[in-house]
Every structure is written in structure tokens, then in C-alpha cells.
Design a protein around this ligand. Structure first.
Ligand code: PEP
Ligand code: MG
Length: 902
């Protein structure tokens, strides 16, 4: 059976190998400090094995566990020379709860367990400080009631006032023993009358109750929501650490502080942090609490600058350095000075923002303390998102409708959605959303996750919305008093304006502003240590990282983030705007081929100039252009206004137009007339697209003085003959273009693998393809038989019910979709060893999926521009983890085969 209880004291700690899993972070760190012979108060940790036995309220603490706790208390009494409930110097305990991963919702720390009506008097006598002893007791009662009875600490606030009035104190607080006792009695009465409970006077009973409440706090809804969000297993469990209290905070010679082994602003090795002289008890009696930067605390000769201070505070610098050397990372230490002695209470890997984490990691490489690979592995790829916070491109004419707290940095524009469900549905349609609530609760977390930003009318910088938004890196503004939400009417009311669901707003989580409408956003460039980390990553990774981009803006952003080409240019996105959509509509609604060709002739120059610009921005890097993919009706007018306008343009009666539109509607457009099927029905469409691509390649190549080799990608192929059919058209057009221009142009023709049949027939299809790009959006949709546009609602339930671990549209389903991809890779390479293989579905920018793509041997991933740095880092981590790191090696050569039709 696994061990349930581990003791620790300076120089002696039984430390399991998997310390953090078994003892929780706090227990693991204290036992580490003890084993390094650093000054820690003695104590013990109840392991996650003990939690497993006793985590349900019904099971309670078993007699065996109680027995072990009693033995540990006996040992602590001997070690400290104090007695739990003794007649002289009382032993008091601090009880701390922690899991392997820090998470909200777990029981708060309870201090001074062991104080009761008798021991408080003993403590007062021992310390000759009545006020300190009773204040500690009252605080203990409050936190005991909060943790064990779930009482709101604010409920105790008025008790002292009531007692003052009743007893007629002339001072702010009690002074005489009688006044203190009377106030204590009022606290205990309150627990009996208002909470219907009896505060236990036996220290052991107090301890058991706190431990039991700590165990049960694992099931707190906030903790549970956090675990779901961070994929922490439900059975990971928590541990509870109890250690002897240190009596501090009473005088000018005592206090608490936090010491860091590094300056997080520079990443350099240097003791930083601060020390609060006197601490909170001094503040409670109106004393002056001074805060000192640690760098000022000691003289160079190692003696304390403050008179009456223990010299050993100057050993802090050595202590933190020793801990850092052992942990191999920047650490922060909570310490206390009490009774002229220094104690370290907790140590942990220093909390830091993404930027600070990068600085420390890069600096540690510079100092030779860690390898580049280690620095790469230390940075959570998704955290890079925080460094690339969008800002608003302002022109000074923005209409600010309210200002609140800047709760989580970054700006976002989106449609107002008043509920998590609505936000999820809208976001699933690819529309940016701002979740607008009075305040958020755990059940809103999934809505926050899909939203681009969060706005709450109430709350501050530590409200639920703020904390969660910062954790997941979403812009958030809280506490905007100028706004009101009328949930019944579904409106957001500003002083002189009403906004409804679907209206656009912009929030700036860095300034707290809420602005009307949709505003252009921009992201900062990579620089400093961030750029250095990216260099490390580029040296380590095997896979290339391309981007999915259509517009010059996106392509430029992607280049600045290090994209090595375009992996997917969705040409349909180039047809949605202004005059283009009209030409497109004309083409779709034309009565015959001649009409279609006439409209396409108007689109050709626009496409050509788009492609020239993309080729120029990508300057010689590969550019994969996909032929038209979506069903044609997506381009058709909707709503009476648009229909009337289009009818007038085409010289048709609106009723006739509506009949034509109706004839194009499909029951299941996702599985309908789209992808290469369009090319086969209307070859003239791809003739024009192929011409635009090839002419653009020639022109861009001439301007640059170097050949541009476009990669033409055919979507939604399931049959080899579909690809043959489309490729024959492309080759024919290429022949014509080259003859017309008197120039040869190299180009590649490949296909998306996004249907199960294509994956199964990859060997045969590879015979006709220069490259494959796995379209994991459609592949996931067709493998699961789940509509990618309708899945968000029920897949969230699947996640909650534990039926799936993750949304397969975000993280590739390794067992199903992944198996098909791996098979297709193997088959394709068997036919054509030099075939270039990439992925351009959403999952191409997801760190977990990137790990799978590395293991499968893909050549590149392609993702949205702002995920490029994330993908670069994730690809490096994946390469390191699979032992394929190319540290110092030259980047891989493209596997693509360049063909020429000269
Ligand atoms: C895909 O299906 O994965 C893909 C990239 O194409 P789209 O999302 O445009 O269907
Ligand atoms: Mg697709």
C-alpha cells in the first residue's frame, strides 16, 4: 500500500521519487528544502494516497490514518518541545493544501490549528502578548469556519462592532483579557447560532476537520472546471501539509517576505524580492509596516542592516541560490523571520509571465546552466500567445462607450454574445465573439474559451472573469460601471446607446476601454529574448512551419513571425469582397459557359495581382494555392436587399434570381458540390485560376529575378481519377501560358488529403501528386461523421462526460484520424519517397497535434499567422521529445519535386 504520511524537519525528510505527485507542490517543496538542510519548520504531509482513501465526505478519515496523524503529532511534540493541547507551550500548526499542479478552488491555508479557549491563554502568557494570541485565535476561528463550514469570512466582520457597542469599549479593539474572551465567545456563539455548528475545542478534532475539508475541496466546482480546462486527471488528487507555526509578525524584529533567485526583468541571477517588516499583526494594531527590497537588507559584509535582526537573513541569498541549483530553474521562496530566526516556508519554481519565463530560460542558457533544448522545453507553446497581444490600430475617432478595469491584456473585436452557449455557437461559425456578462461563473468557462474577449459589467482585476481570462490569455475588461445588461431584453445599455446580441464591440484589456464597433487590430513583432528563443527552436526542429494566409496583411504578419511559406491559400476567401463577389455571383448565376467565362475574365486580373503580391511577400518560399473549394451557393446573395441588388445587376427579376438560388441549394453542402467536384463540373473556373497562378508566378519571378514555383492544390479529392482530371486541365493551361509567354514555368500539383478514401488510396493518389496536405478539418469531419459546424454544442458535453478528452477539431484524434494519416503517409512514401507531406487543418497550429505530426514524419505544418511562433516552438519540443533534434544542423531540404513543362 502506498505511504500515507511523510514527515520532514531540517536535514531530514523522507522524499518519494515522484514527490510532487505524492506530496503536492507545497509538501514536495518543503521536503526538498528540509533535505537540503535549509531552515524549515518541522511537519508532515498526508499524501495523495491518503486523499484517495478519504476523499469522500462519507468515507472520512480512517482510524488507521488518524492513528498515523497522532503518531506524527507525537513526533512533532518531541521535535519542537511543544505540546498539542499541552499545559505550557502550545504546539500550533499551519495546514496547507496543494496538488501536483497549482489550481484555484482548493482549501485555503488554515493557520494556528490547535488554538482553543485554553491554549490561547497559554500562548498569550508565553509570548507576553495578549492581543497577538487572541487575534490569532479569532483569525483561526474565521478561517476554520470558512474552510470547514464554508462560511463567508465577511459574516464575522460585524461581530467586533456589535461587541464594542454592547461592552462599551473605549478603544477600537478589545484590550483586557475579559474583553478578548467576550469577543471570542461571541464568535463561537455565532458559529452555533448562525452556522448551526460547534467549533471543536480539541486540537486533534480541529486538525481532522481541516484535513477532511481540504481533501473534499478537490471536488470544488472551480477546481473541477480548472482541471477540465487543463486536462488534469480527476484521480490526480491533492496532499495536505501541516507544519509547526512560527510566531512572528509581532514586533519590528520580525516579518515575512518573498525572495527570488533571479531578477525576472532581466532574467539574471540576483536576489530580488521584498521583506515586510512587522507583518500583518503589526498592521492590525496600527503599527507601521515597512516594506524593504531584499537587495537593501544586508551589507556587503553579510550583516543585517536592520538593528536587532538575525544575521542569518543574509544567508537568504545563498539559500535561494542553492535551491535554484538543485531545481535548475528560477525559484521563489516565502520566508519568515520570527523569534530572531529565519525560516523558509515554501519554495516553488518562480511564477512568471510568458515574457519573464523566456528571459530566464534564455539567460540560463547564456550562463551555461541549461542547454538550449531545456530552455525550449520550459516554455509552454500556448503561452507565447500572451506576448503577441493584439493592440488596436487607432485613428482617434473611436467611440468609447465605457471604461472599466484592464483585467487581461490584449484587444479583441467581436459580436456581442450574452451567454456561453450563444458564444460557443457563434464562434463555431468562425465569427469572433465577445462574451458579455454581468460577471462570469465556472459554467461560463467554455464560453470564455471560445470567445475572443470577455467583458463583465461587474468585478475587478481578481474577479472570476479576470483570473480565468488571464489564465487562458484572453483580453478581458471588468467592472464597467457605465454599462448595464438587461438579460431579459438581451441588451447591453451604454449611456446613450443600446447594443444587442450580434452587434460588434471592441475591448482593450490593456486600457479597460470598451469601444463601439469593429476596429482593426495589430500584433507586435518578435524581438529580444523571444527572438532568441525562436532561434533555439529553429535550430532544434525538423518540421517546417508554414502559414495559412490569403491576404497580404496575413502573409506579412506570418513572415514577421517566421513562417517559411504559405501552406494553404484558400482562394475562395479572395472572392468575398466588394466587386469580386459581384463578379463571382455573375459567374455562378450565368446561364451558360460563355456567361461564366465572361465573368471569370473579370476575376482573372484580380486573382493574378493577389498571387503576385503573395509571391513577392513570400520571396522565394513555397506558396501553396488551393483551387476553389466551397459550394457555390456560399457566394450567393442573402436577404432581400442583396437579392434585389444582384437581380438588377444581372437584369433579372428577383423572383427568377430566387429560383436560381434555390436550385443551387443543397441538403448537405459540406458533402455536396464542392472541392474538385466543382472543377470537374465547371472546368473553366479552374482554368482561370490555374492561369492566374501561373501568370503570376512568371511575373513575380521576372520581377524578383528568381523563379517562383507555385504549388497548386486540388481540394477534396477522393478518387485518383478526380486528381488526374483536374491535373490534366492545369497542365493544359500551363502549356498554353508558357507558349503565350515564351517562358517555362516550374510548378507542382498536389492534393489535400481530407477524405477517408483519399487516405486509404494514398499510394495510388501519390502517383499523380507532387505533394499532399492533410486537411484535418474535413478529415476529422468525415472520419467521425460529425459536422464541423454543428459539433461545438455536443462535443462540449462529450468532454464533460469524459467520452472524449479533447475536441478533435482542435487537437487531432490520434487513435482514429491520426491512424489514417499515419497510414496515408506510409503508403504515399512507398509510392513516392520524395513526396512532400504537410498539414493545413486547424490542428496544424495545435501544440499537442504538432507532437503527433512530428512522430508521423510530416515535412511541415501550416497554421494561422499568429500561431506560427507557437508552432515553431511546439515543433522544436516535439523534435526534442522524439529524439530527433537537429541542434546545430542545417534545416532540412524541401522534399518537393519541382516539375517543369517546358
Ligand atoms: C481542412 O479541411 O482541413 C482544410 C484545411 O480545408 P478547409 O478548412 O478550408 O475545408
Ligand atoms: Mg477542407
Amino acid at each position: 500500500m502506498s505511504k500515507r504520511l511523510f514527515t520532514f524537519s531540517r536535514g531530514a525528510a523522507a522524499r518519494p521519487v515522484d514527490a510532487a505527485e505524492t506530496l503536492g507542490l507545497k509538501g514536495a517543496n518543503l521536503s526538498l528544502l528540509a533535505s537540503l538542510d535549509l531552515p524549515v519548520p518541522p511537519g508532515f504531509t498526508l499524501s495523495t494516497a491518503a486523499w484517495r482513501e478519504a476523499s469522500s465526505p462519507e468515507s472520512g478519515l480512517s482510524p488507521a490514518l488518524r492513528g498515523e496523524i497522532r503518531d506524527a503529532i507525537d513526533w512533532l511534540e518531541t521535535t519542537t518541545g511543544r505540546r498539542f493541547d499541552g499545559d505550557q507551550r502550545p504546539l500550533l500548526l499551519a495546514v496547507r493544501t496543494s496538488a501536483r499542479t497549482a489550481m484555484p478552488g482548493l482549501a485555503e491555508t488554515v493557520l494556528d490549528v490547535g488554538l482553543n479557549n485554553r491554549t490561547v491563554e497559554l500562548l498569550a502568557r508565553e509570548l507576553e502578548d495578549l492581543g497577538f494570541a487572541f487575534r490569532s485565535y479569532l483569525r483561526f476561528i474565521e478561517s476554520f469556519a470558512a474552510v470547514v463550514y464554508k462560511a463567508d469570512p465577511a459574516e464575522f466582520e460585524d461581530l467586533a462592532d456589535d461587541e464594542r457597542k454592547l461592552a462599551g469599549w473605549r478603544t477600537d479593539g478589545p484590550t483586557t483579557p475579559e474583553q478578548w474572551r467576550a469577543l471570542t465567545a461571541r464568535y463561537l456563539r455565532f458559529i452555533e447560532t448562525e452556522l448551526g455548528r460547534t467549533f471543536p475545542q480539541t486540537p486533534l478534532e480541529q486538525l481532522y476537520a481541516v484535513i477532511q475539508a481540504a481533501f473534499v475541496s478537490w471536488r470544488d466546482p472551480v477546481a473541477r472546471a480548472f482541471r477540465i480546462l487543463h486536462s488534469i486527471p480527476e484521480n490526480a488528487g491533492l496532499a495536505v501539509t501541516a507544519h509547526a507555526m512560527i510566531f512572528n509578525e509581532r514586533s519590528q524584529n520580525s516579518g515575512t517576505g518573498r525572495a527570488l533567485s533571479r531578477d525576472l526583468k532581466t532574467g539574471r541571477s540576483q536576489l530580488t524580492g521584498e521583506f515586510m517588516l512587522g507583518g500583518r499583526d503589526l498592521a492590525a494594531v496600527g503599527g507601521e509596516v515597512q516594506s524593504w527590497p531584499l537587495s537593501d537588507l544586508c551589507d556587503v559584509d553579510g550583516s543585517a542592516k536592520l538593528t536587532g535582526f538575525p544575521g542569518d537573513i543574509c544567508a537568504l541569498s545563498d539559500h535561494v541560490r542553492r535551491i535554484e541549483a538543485h531545481v535548475g530553474d528560477a525559484v521563489e521562496v516565502d520566508f519568515m523571520v520570527g523569534d530572531s530566526e529565519l525560516f523558509l516556508l515554501q519554495s516553488r519554481v518562480a511564477k512568471r509571465s510568458a515574457a519573464e519565463a523566456i528571459r530566464v530560460a534564455v539567460e540560463m542558457v547564456r550562463e551555461g546552466l541549461i542547454e538550449e533544448a531545456e530552455a525550449i522545453l520550459r516554455i509552454e507553446p500556448a503561452s507565447l500567445d500572451q506576448l503577441l497581444h493584439p493592440t488596436i490600430l487607432r485613428n482617434g475617432e473611436e467611440t468609447v462607450i465605457g471604461k472599466g478595469m484592464p483585467a487581461s491584456p490584449g484587444a479583441a473585436s467581436g459580436e456581442i454574445m450574452f451567454g456561453a452557449e450563444a458564444a460557443r455557437e457563434r464562434a463555431a461559425q468562425g465569427v469572433p465573439v465577445i462574451l458579455v456578462r454581468n460577471e462570469t461563473h465556472p459554467e461560463d468557462i467554455h464560453g470564455m474559451h471560445v470567445a475572443d474577449g470577455v467583458l463583465t459589467v461587474r468585478g475587478g482585476t481578481t474577479s472570476h472573469a479576470a483570473v480565468v481570462a488571464r489564465g487562458i490569455g484572453k483580453p478581458c475588461v471588468t467592472g464597467v460601471n457605465a454599462l448595464r445588461i438587461d438579460p431579459e431584453a438581451g441588451v447591453l445599455q451604454a449611456r446613450n446607446r443600446i447594443f444587442r446580441a450580434g452587434d460588434w464591440i471592441t475591448i482593450d484589456g490593456s486600457s479597460g476601454e470598451v469601444i463601439e464597433g469593429r476596429l482593426p487590430l495589430q500584433r507586435p513583432a518578435l524581438s529580444g529574448e523571444f527572438a532568441v528563443l525562436m532561434e533555439f527552436a529553429d535550430r532544434a526542429r525538423r518540421m517546417r512551419v508554414r502559414t495559412n494566409a490569403e491576404t497580404p496583411l496575413e502573409a506579412r504578419a506570418a513572415r514577421s513571425f517566421g513562417a517559411e511559406g504559405i501552406g494553404l491559400c484558400r482562394t475562395e476567401h479572395m472572392f468575398f469582397e466588394g466587386p469580386r463577389v459581384q463578379a463571382m455571383r455573375e459567374m455562378i448565376l450565368a446561364a451558360d459557359e460563355a456567361g461564366r467565362r465572361a465573368a471569370l475574365e473579370r476575376l482573372l486580373p484580380m486573382q493574378r495581382s493577389d498571387f503576385i503580391e503573395l509571391f513577392e511577400i513570400m520571396a522565394g518560399l513555397p506558396v501553396t494555392i488551393r483551387l476553389l473549394d466551397p459550394p457555390l451557393h456560399e457566394f450567393l446573395p442573402t436577404g432581400d436587399g442583396e437579392i434585389a441588388e444582384t437581380a438588377a445587376m444581372l437584369g433579372l427579376e428577383p423572383a427568377v434570381l430566387m429560383r436560381r438560388i434555390a436550385s443551387l441549394q443543397e441538403y448537405n453542402p459540406m458533402l455536396g458540390h464542392r472541392g474538385c467536384r466543382l472543377a470537374i463540373s465547371y472546368p473553366e473556373i479552374i482554368e482561370v485560376q490555374a492561369r492566374a497562378i501561373l501568370e503570376a508566378a512568371i511575373e513575380a519571378g521576372e520581377r524578383a529575378g528568381a523563379a517562383v514555383v507555385p504549388e497548386i492544390m486540388v481540394p477534396l479529392v477522393g478518387l485518383r481519377r478526380e486528381l488526374d482530371f483536374v491535373k490534366a486541365i492545369i497542365d493544359r493551361v500551363a502549356g498554353r501560358v508558357m507558349a503565350e509567354r515564351g517562358r517555362s514555368v516550374a510548378y507542382l500539383v498536389g492534393t489535400m488529403i481530407e477524405l477517408p478514401r483519399a487516405a486509404v488510396r494514398a499510394d495510388t493518389i501519390a502517383e499523380a501528386a507532387d505533394f499532399f496536405s492533410f486537411g484535418t478539418n474535413d478529415l476529422t469531419q468525415t472520419v467521425f461523421g460529425i459536422s464541423r459546424d454543428d459539433s461545438a454544442g455536443f462535443l462540449a458535453t462529450y468532454e464533460r462526460q469524459g467520452i472524449i478528452d479533447r475536441d478533435p477539431f482542435q487537437t487531432v484524434d490520434v487513435d482514429g484520424v491520426g491512424e489514417l494519416i499515419a497510414m496515408a503517409v506510409e503508403k504515399a512514401r512507398r509510392t513516392r519517397p520524395d513526396i512532400s507531406l504537410g498539414v493545413c487543418g486547424e490542428q496544424g497550429g495545435d501544440p499537442l497535434s504538432i507532437g503527433f505530426f512530428e512522430r508521423t514524419g510530416l515535412d511541415y505544418v501550416s497554421c494561422s499567422p499568429f500561431r506560427v511562433p507557437i508552432a515553431r516552438l511546439a515543433a522544436a519540443q516535439a523534435a526534442i521529445r522524439s529524439g530527433q533534434a537537429l541542434m546545430g544542423a542545417a534545416p532540412p531540404k524541401s522534399r518537393g519535386r519541382h516539375r517543369s513543362e517546358s
